[in-house]
Design a protein around this ligand. Structure first.
Ligand code: UDP
Length: 403
């Protein structure tokens, strides 16, 4: 994949590209490091794959390292993730010990002499404790912090012993701000229009990809693309689909690759497959297949994102970019992307019937759907392409590294 800032000229215009290049110029001698815990699966890996290459293309020497966890560690950090988004947690000393020890071990074989470090999500957060801090460190949290559980709040207090060592905490939405001493900054994620996931595909290619995956296009398709995670509510999507099917014939595709740092997804995937795998109109797919996701987001009459909690949901911008209307829960980063009635519909996370009704409305009115599609693409073009996110990061790096 050829990633270059110049390819954005035709999409966003010369001025935007020039502005980004101007912001990158003072950073050309700098060495920046991103650290997260997986190179594949989920939104963070998706973002970094493009962002890191673009930063290098702009002349900023930018690296990306992956924390080496073990299965106990990832079970614990997924529990942390869930608690921050509202689930209960038994925060024991054993969990803290494993969490910190994996970070300590990683620090021993990860030498950091960069000018600035960006740490993504809770997994590598404690790393900062194991270095003599010589440069700005930023902690970038990608999850929905608006409704932590009681124990989630306690967990956050514990995490704050690490967060307080950072120069900034970056979150995706204003509603995720916390009462901490560390300065906070909002940066919304964005998508790469040139990746295999989002690049233009001809209709004939779309059909070929879907047929190869065994998905017939003889009926309208509705799709949710998401890791199998309870907060993405895949079982709720099936409930919605059953309501939609009472009114109009269509197929449902649930596609959800596994993220390496998410040990729960396989269990949920298998349970859903056992329960619904026999229904010939429900297609449950688990694999990492970017062009299949691309083809599905293009071919679907409507994309669903029925999350109960949601850090941002790149999947929403991905679908809107392809001119597909999105019916989604009014949670987390979704309302920044879905403008109710304009490029899709927003519903409450437990409003299964309303969700179904909105989908039917789109399926039954092609003209409305196509108008929504046009609006959606423009909305993403203005707000959720990589150039905007890059520009936000560069502003922050410049403010921290100015001589
Ligand atoms: N994704 C994918 N295949 C799947 C499921 C998800 O490629 O089967 C991608 C999806 O297209 C998106 C990312 O994983 O780019 C998920 O990011 P999002 O912000 O929606 O959610 P997260 O997983 O980070 O909670």
């Amino acid at each position: 994949m050829d990633v270059s800032i110049d390819s954005y000229r035709d999409l966003v215009g010369d001025q935007v590209v020039e502005d980004v290049a101007e912001k990158a110029a003072p950073l050309s001698e700098k060495h920046i490091l991103h650290i997260n815990s997986t190179y594949q699966g989920g939104g963070v890996a998706e973002l970094l794959s493009s962002l890191v290459l673009l930063m290098n293309d702009l002349g900023i020497d930018t690296g990306w390292r992956i924390l080496h966890g073990n299965s106990d560690f990832f079970v614990i950090t997924k529990k942390f993730h869930n608690a921050l988004q509202g689930a209960g947690l038994n925060l024991t000393d054993r969990k803290k010990k494993i969490y910190e020890r994996v970070n300590e071990n990683f620090s021993k074989f990860t030498h950091i002499d960069h000018d600035l470090v960006v740490v993504h999500d809770p997994q590598p957060l404690p790393l900062i404790h194991f270095y003599e801090k010589k440069q700005p460190w930023l902690w970038r949290l990608h999850i929905d912090l608006s409704h932590p559980s009681k124990t989630g709040r306690r967990l956050f207090e514990y995490m704050n012993s690490f967060i307080s060592c950072y120069d900034r905490m970056i979150v995706s939405m204003d509603a995720y701000r916390q009462d901490v001493n560390t300065l906070q900054k909002i940066i919304m994620p964005s998508i790469d229009p040139f990746s295999n996931k989002n690049k233009y595909l001809r209709q004939s290619e779309v059909e070929k990809i879907l047929s190869k995956a065994g998905i017939d296009s003889d009926k309208p398709i509705i799709t949710q693309v998401s890791r199998f995670d309870k907060f993405k509510d895949p079982e709720g999507v099936i409930k919605v689909y059953k309501n939609v099917r009472k009114k109009t014939d269509c197929r449902l595709v649930l596609i959800g690759g596994m993220a390496m740092d998410d040990p729960e997804s396989e269990r949920l995937y298998k349970r859903i497959l056992r329960q619904y795998g026999e229904d010939e109109d429900i297609f449950i797919y688990s694999a990492t297949n970017d062009v299949l996701v691309n083809a599905l987001q293009r071919q679907s009459a409507c994309v669903i994102q029925k999350s109960l909690r949601e850090g941002f949901a790149l999947t929403v911008s991905e679908a809107l970019w392809k001119g597909t209307p999105v019916v989604a829960s009014n949670v987390g980063g979704i309302p920044a992307q879905v403008v109710d009635g304009k490029n899709g519909y927003l519903v409450g996370p437990r409003q299964y019937k309303k969700c179904a009704d909105r989908i039917v409305k789109i399926l039954e009115d092609e003209k409305r759907a196509s108008k929504m599609g046009e609006y959606g693409r423009e909305h993403v073009k203005k707000n959720f392409l990589m150039t905007r996110q890059l520009s936000d990061y560069l502003d922050l790096f410049n403010s921290l590294l100015k001589a």
